[in-house]
Design a protein around this ligand. Sequence first.
Ligand code: 5GP
Ligand code: MG
Length: 183
Amino acid sequence: MHDDVDRVLFSRDAIAARVAELGQAIADDLDALADHPTEVMLVPVLTGSMVFVADLIRHLPHKLRIGVMSVSSYPGRSIESKGALIRGGLPDDLAGKHVLIVDDILDTGQTLTLVRDIIAEQRPAEVRTCVLLRKDREQARSFPVDYVGFDIPDEFVVGYGLDYNDYYRNLPDIVTLRTEALR
Ligand code: 5GP
Ligand code: MG
């Protein structure tokens, strides 16, 4: 295991099992929509969701496109949100589409609010949201999301796409870091 890791919250096997369940739940809901077979526009919020999205889409057999958005709220060495900023991307043909926004982690809800509002301007048929992780804090718990992978304590986590200063995204497990690593 990486020297900087403090605790493993979710192993790669636990993540894989939960992502399969999430994919099944999303697929079932898409199948239940009136305009079956449904076409979906998936909007991953980069960079943190890239590993999650790569795994999730392989559980969705639907006609599907991907339009990435890039949002940054923990620039560089921050371990608390500095306010969400759109840094690029944005699909421009969402009118009448079923949109699924996918993010790595729900913390203050600023990122999803921003992304959802921008997407809503294009009048999609429907917008759903999916996060792999949700932090145990009031702002996150009270924020409406459709699909949640895991609820986690209010701690800073990395791995499986999540970073600290752009490192650790390649760790296969979701972990906390030793305090000495956070500098
Ligand atoms: P929110 O806008 O909900 O406050 O924060 C969401 C974004 O902040 C996530 O997409 C993620 O990029 C970043 N973030 C929030 N909490 C964590 C965390 O514990 N670890 C990492 N690596 N990023 C986090
Ligand atoms: Mg993010």
